[in-house]
Write a protein that binds this ligand. Sequence first.
Ligand code: HEM
Length: 188
Amino acid sequence: MDELSALPYLDAVVKETLRVHPPIGDTVRVAMKDDILPLEKPLTDMHGAVHNGIRQVISRLAINLIYIVVNRISKGAVIFIPILVMNRSKELPERWDDLPKAVSDIPGVWGHMLSFLGGPKACIAYRFAIIEMKALVFTLVRAFEFEPAVPANRIGKKPAPLQHPILRGDPTKKPQLPLLVKAYRRRD
Ligand code: HEM
């Protein structure tokens, strides 16, 4: 594990893969008590209104046309956590060797991203999952060469709850990513 963890390029590949394609793209949490969830910086919505905290819809009138929202969260409120969106925020860097301050504020349990979430109910197996990915990639790329077997535009994605690649037009939507695999030959 120490040897795998010491390989910076392998680490960057695994981080970038889990950042751009987190298997769990979003999740929810339920508030255990009334609370206020402040935003890091104020947000201006599409109507020009400025928000300082996460707002909650408390009532919908006239068939979804009017929403009454409040600047607090009440006990039992369901809070949507957009893992995929936060991982891909354009304000965050894509380089892993020189992270600026903005990204260190992401409260994820690993890698300054939310792919394994954060807090007491984060993924309990993230270390195992990472080292498993690294061991597999390390072993496979030394023995084989991989090429896409179909054009990139034929590969689609099944969204929530578990994201995975699918073949566009395949009605079963089963996970698949066709590859051509050849034995690796060293080119000197
Ligand atoms: C790349 C692989 C994985 C990713 C991205 C991942 C991601 C996550 C995320 C985001 C959660 C929180 C879900 C939520 O509460 O809504 C979670 C929870 C959990 N994961 Fe993973 N996971 C991975 C692999 C694994 C593996 C291999 C195991 C077991 C061997 C595992 C076991 C668990 C368990 C038990 C929880 C629930 C923890 C709790 O509620 O306290 N995960 N995982």
